[in-house]
Structures are given as C-alpha cells and as structure tokens.
Design a protein around this ligand. Structure first.
Ligand code: NAD
Length: 497
C-alpha cells in the first residue's frame, strides 16, 4: 500500500482522516511516490484554529527574534538545499541543477525576511501641528493563507510564508497537489529552525480545500499563484469574503530581438528562457519578435533549439525534464497540433519526443513555430511547454504595439546594443518586469515580483517591500502631551492646531 503524505498542523505531521487521495507520481516514469490526501473540512478548521492561537503570542514576539528565526531557517535551507532539490526533482521531474535553483530563489526571500527589523519601520513626523507628532506602525493581520502552483514547489511557498510570518502573522499553506512533498519538507525544516508550533500549517488538497481556506472567517489575507482562470476565481471569491488578496497568474512573455543585438548571447538566452524547466515557468519566454533584419537569425535559433535534450532529473546532460503530468503533456501536444492547423509554420516539432529508457515519461521536445500571427490560439493562450513562437515585425514600434495588445503583462525582454531603443522599450512597454539583455527578469527579493494586467490581480505584489505592506496594516498615531496650564478652547473645526 502506498504511504499517505501527512498534513502539518500545530507543529506536527498528522495523518489525514480523509480517504480521498491523489497519487503523486514521478513524471519521468509514472511511479507512484506517495498519495496526497484531500484534507477534510474539520482538518482545515483545525489548521486555521492552530494558526489563530499561534498568532496571538507570535505577534508579541520582538522583531529581532522574528528576524533571527528567518536567519536560522535560511541557514538550514542552505545546508539542506541538495536534500530538498532531490525531493523536488523526483516529484517535478526538474533537472537537479534547476531544482537547486528553485530552492535557492526561495532561500533569497528568507534572507530578505530576516531583515524584518528595518522592513517593518513606519514613518514619523514631528510638529505636524502645535505640539503634535505623528507616527505610524506596521502591525500584522492575523492568519494569512497561501495557495501555490506546481511549477515552483520550493520557491513560491517561500515567496509567501517567510514574509508573512516575519511580519508577525501565522500562515496556512495549501500547496499544489501535484508536488506536495517539497512543501512538507519546507515545513519540517521551519520547525527544526525553531518556529513555534502552529505558526505554519500545511494542508493538502485541491479546489474544495482552497475554497474552505479562502472563505474561512478567520483568514485575513490570501496570496495565490496559479493559472488565469483559477486566479480570477480565487480573487473574486476571496475578495467577496472581504479578504485582502494578491493573485499572481499566467503569462505570455515576449522577447524582442533587434538587428544590433549580440547574436550568440541572444540565441543562448532565448533557448534557455523558452525551454528551461520544460517551458513550465510563468516567466518563460514563449514568443520571440524579430525586428527587420534580425529575422535572418531564426534558422540559427532553430538549430540551437534542436540541440536541446530533455532527460531525467539525475542525468547531468539533460537540459530539462518532462511535463508535470500526462494531462499537461497532452495539453501541450494539442497546442502543437492546433498551431499546425492554424497555419503557423512548425520548424521544429517536439511532439514525438522519446527519452531512452523512460518510455512512460511526459516528454515534449523543443518546438519552434514561425509565421505566428496574433489571432492564433497558440499566441493568445499560455501553452506552458517547451514551445517557442517566432514572428517577424517591421519595427520596434510594431513590436511594442503587439506586446501591449496581448492581455498578459508578467515579463518581457529586449536584446539590443542600442541604449536609446532599450530606453524607449522599457518606458513604453505595458508589462511589469522588463529585461534588457536579460531574458527572464525575475527581481531579487529586495524588489517585488511585479507582474501586470492579466498576469496579476490585486495591488501589492509578492515579496520585497510590497509584501510587507500586503501582510500588515498601518496604524497611525497622532500624539500630543499637555503641559500644566489652562485648557485651550474646544476646537469645532476638523483642522489640527
Ligand atoms: P493551477 O491554477 O492549476 O493551480 C494552482 C493552485 O490552485 C493549486 O494549489 C491548485 O490545487 C489550486 N486549484 C486548481 N484548480 C482550482 C479551482 N478550480 N479552484 C480553486 N483552486 C484550484 O496552476 P498550476 O497548473 O499548478 O500552475 C501553473 C500556472 O501558474 C501557470 O498558469 C503559470 O503561469 C502560473 N504561475 C504564475 C506565476 C506568477 O508569479 N505570475 C508563478 C508561477 C506560476
């Protein structure tokens, strides 16, 4: 019988009473690694109850002590980075090097959370009126919740709970049911780092468990990352239950190539950014726009893509792994079929990809479509596979217009050696994260992850200073101290004096 993954409630791993389970499989072999249970409504309630009572003492814990917990946690995560990456590789199929990167980008956020002493500083102004000073504090909200996608099972949970908890909140995490073993390990290490019981809960499941968490009366804020339809649903549902919500969603990221770009750097960047992690990144480049004579480089991009090899996680020569599930692979294959039917030119077709020794893996080979036009569904929808689209445009203005007309605004990049063109692009583009000769512009955590338009619903973004704002309330104090003496007259106006 397959083992059942425990929930993490009240600082302990506990077995769910639920008989409803989903197998977690190795995407390269379909071997069942463990069963993940769908937590019962009572278990969700118990998790929130534990978080609520842990919050009451945690909010009184001095800031430096909260920062020190994060210092110990990041130290432990670094020491166990390879153990975590091994679990992560097994359940996602990511190459070991990429899995270590997934963990590392999360560790960076924990490092940032350890700086909470200065991040939580408010504002002050003396003498705003006669003898009156004003100052503000940031105070935690209470129980916060996070719902995470499959594609970064270490990094994205670590975008959320370390910042929320450093701010003085407690947290309930509902990770993706497709790769829940890594988040459980993150919780175990958090406890080992000295986190008080109940500060972090991990409950497992899918739609029903998400619904229970985001409508729970004791949950104050919801951080969500996932696909557009689910992000919209979670945003609408949770805000209608008066929660504070940030919902990071899907994407279609473009790279613009000008004829004065460094060709070799551009090609290697484009190949890595389109096929890395099997194209299962919200910041993957899925569309390349070649301006004018730069179109002459498309055959070289094709040749470079053709040399990219999928493989299993512990094959050091593999460039990327399988799709997360057979359903995800079939979805990507159906887009490749649709691209052909819609009239795009398939210059490289990864539909029949095989990897020796792994006949059951969810493989898709690198794929390139040229002659792509904006009305094609391969252009309008997020494919989330190693499929690169290429289109030719006459000018930088045309490239900017095409990107701005696309509903997504997560990331974009330009490859050029012309500072003026780059400046025009960064200024006029309607996208929240811009790379200049950088293919995947994911900001480090002292900035925030600022996707726009259909790639984000809410106002305060993940990590950085915006996360501190998201996970806190501002309390403003207006103070006056009286000297002995006669009272002033009653003030009948709204003005301070
Ligand atoms: P998904 O939307 O299927 O699932 C995300 C989470 O929502 C999971 O925890 C899942 O259990 C839950 N969920 C699924 N269906 C639900 C429903 N009907 N109601 C309530 N909850 C539900 O996403 P995924 O396939 O796991 O992840 C890939 C997607 O995430 C891509 O679209 C990708 O672009 C996006 N993503 C965005 C960012 C970003 O920062 N913008 C980062 C990573 C991934």
């Amino acid at each position: 019988m397959t083992d059942k993954l425990p929930l993490f409630i009240g600082g302990k791993f506990v077995q769910s009473e639920s008989n409803e389970v989903l197998p977690v499989t190795d995407p390269a072999t379909q071997e069942v690694l463990i069963d993940v249970p769908y937590a019962t409504p009572d278990e969700v309630d118990t998790a929130v109850e534990n978080a609520k009572s842990a919050y009451l003492s945690w909010r009184e814990t001095p800031l430096p002590e909260r920062g020190r917990l994060m210092l110990r946690y990041q130290d432990l995560l670094k020491a166990r980075q390879e153990d975590l990456a091994r679990i992560l590789s097994r359940e996602t199929g990511k190459t070991f090097a990429d899995a270590k990167g997934d963990v590392w980008r999360g560790i960076e956020v924990v490092e940032q959370a350890s700086q909470i002493t200065s991040l939580m500083m408010g504002e002050t102004a003396e003498n705003v009126a006669g003898g009156i000073d004003t100052y503000s504090y940031l105070q935690p909200l209470g129980v916060c919740a996070g719902i995470t996608p499959f594609n970064f099972p270490a990094m994205i949970p670590l975008w959320m709970f370390p910042m929320a908890i450093a701010c003085g909140n407690s947290f309930v995490l509902k990770p993706s049911e497709q790769d829940p073993m890594t988040p459980n390990k993150l919780a175990e290490l958090f406890s080992e780092a000295g986190a008080p019981d109940g500060l972090l809960q991990v409950i497992h499941g899918g739609k029903d468990q998400v619904e229970a968490v985001i409508t729970h009366p004791d949950v104050k804020a919801v951080s969500f990352v996932g696909s557009v339809p689910v992000a919209r649903h979670v945003y609408r549902t949770a805000t209608s239950h008066l929660k504070r919500v940030q919902a990071m969603a899907g994407a279609k990221n473009h790279m613009v190539v000008l004829p004065d770009a460094n060709k070799d750097q551009m090609i290697s960047s484009l190949v890595g950014a389109s096929c890395g992690a099997a194209g299962q990144r919200c910041m993957a480049i899925s569309v390349s726009l070649f301006v004018g004579e730069a179109a002459a480089w498309i055959p070289d991009v094709r040749d470079a893509l053709a040399a990219v090899k999928p493989g299993v996680w512990d094959d050091a020569d593999a460039d990327y792994g399988p799709q997360i599930s057979p359903a995800a692979r079939d979805r990507v294959l159906s887009f490749i079929q649709r691209g052909k039917e819609e009239g795009a030119s398939c210059e490289l077709d990864g539909s029949d990809c095989t990897v020796e020794g792994y006949p059951n893996g969810n493989w898709v080979g690198p794929t390139l479509f040229t002659k792509v036009t904006p009305e094609m569904s391969i252009y309008t929808e997020e494919i989330f596979g190693p499929v690169l689209l290429a289109a030719e445009v006459a000018s930088l203005e045309d490239a900017i217009a095409m990107i701005n007309a696309n509903p997504f605004g997560n990331g974009t990049s330009i490859f050029t050696s012309n500072g003026g063109a780059a400046r025009k692009f960064q200024h006029e583009i309607d996208v929240g994260q811009v790379g200049i000769n950088v293919p995947i512009p994911v900001p480090l955590p002292f900035f925030s992850f600022t996707g726009w338009r259909d790639s984000f619903y809410g106002d305060q973004h993940a990590y950085g200073k915006q996360a501190v704002r998201f996970f806190t309330e501002t309390k403003t104090v207006i103070a006056r101290w009286f000297d002995a003496g006669p009272a002033s007259d009653a003030n009948m106006t709204i003005g301070l004096r």
